[in-house]
Design a protein around this ligand. Structure first.
Ligand code: PLP
Length: 286
């Protein structure tokens, strides 16, 4: 079965789907995106993704392509046409098509593309293996809180991780503090059970999973402190993990080749994964 993509009002076979060569997303990365997980056909944390999407659009002064209800219909229709129950929907919104010129065009129609892919939540075996991360200087622009399609530093960081035999790269700011991963938020567990993650600001993306994990931790009476931490502190931490829409809560078992704790997924990380899963069941389609 051919995959189906939504492109500016039409559902097309993906191999025939295309955007204009003068789409500003293609020429300037002048666009934003979201990745939303679906489990058993239900979109997880949809409102939080829509809230973040609205904010990204506002920050870049891109007009929304349609209202939330209509966008929700398109997301579900793309899942349905691809017969995907467990997977992800990817949506990309750009400022649209205009003759190439850096300044905003006087008028352009916001472009919307939606695709979907089958993907299972991380398996028990994947969680057991955990992931290794490397650290790299954070060379991104000063607004990674906006979820733009401009991801070149993230692409280079992830490739560096892969070439080093790791699964993720953690960006490090000028003070030696971890900002976030190339496509994930970064966490450590110190002391008996204190969970630490960097506070929101313009220097990291406000992960939807990050927020839901914070809620889940508070529900489970796990102490969370939103503060930044250094690479050295992370290497000495009892546990470390990362969060994202597709990774859920994933143990980090080594940082730059140094095992974290005993080099295996830790108890607090496991507890948070369970709490996150429970919360997601309740939050789907809300
Ligand atoms: N940080 C960055 C740079 C990301 O690209 C992502 C996800 O794509 C995240 C964090 C995690 O965000 P979310 O939990 O909303 O998937």
């Amino acid at each position: 079965m051919s995959r189906i993509a939504y492109v500016n009002g039409r559902y097309l076979r993906q191999h025939e789907a295309a955007v204009n060569v003068e789409d500003r997303g293609y020429q300037f990365s002048d666009g934003v995106y979201e990745v939303i997980a679906a489990e058993r056909g239900r979109l997880i944390d949809l409102d939080r993704h829509f809230d973040r999407l609205d904010r990204s659009l506002r920050e870049l002064r891109i007009a929304p392509p349609c209202d939330r209800a209509a966008l929700g219909v398109v997301l579900r229709e793309v899942l349905r046409r691809n017969r995907i129950a467990d997977g992800i929907v990817y949506l990309q919104i750009t400022r649209g098509v205009a003759r190439r010129n850096h300044a905003f065009p006087a008028s352009s129609r916001t472009a919307l593309v939606v695709t979907a892919a089958r993907k299972r939540p991380p398996s028990a075996a994947a969680v057991e293996r955990g992931v290794r991360v490397i650290t790299v200087p954070d060379i991104r622009w000063k607004r990674p809180d906006i979820k733009t399609v401009s991801l070149l530093p993230n692409v280079l960081a992830k490739q560096q991780a892969v070439e080093a035999g790791a699964e993720e790269a953690w960006f490090v700011d000028g003070e030696g503090r971890v900002t976030e991963g190339s496509s994930t938020n970064a966490w450590i567990v110190v002391g008996p059970a204190e969970v630490v993650t960097r506070p929101l600001g313009t220097d990291i993306l406000a992960g939807v999973t990050r927020q839901t994990v914070l809620d889940a931790a508070r529900d489970s009476n796990i102490r969370v402190v939103e503060r930044s931490f250094t690479v050295e502190e992370a290497k000495r931490a009892n546990e470390a993990f990362l969060t994202s829409t597709t990774s859920y809560v994933m143990p980090v078992v080594a940082i730059d080749g140094t095992p974290v704790g005993d080099g295996r997924p830790g108890p607090v990380t496991r507890l948070l994964l369970d709490a996150y899963r429970r919360r997601v069941e309740g939050r789907a389609e809300r």
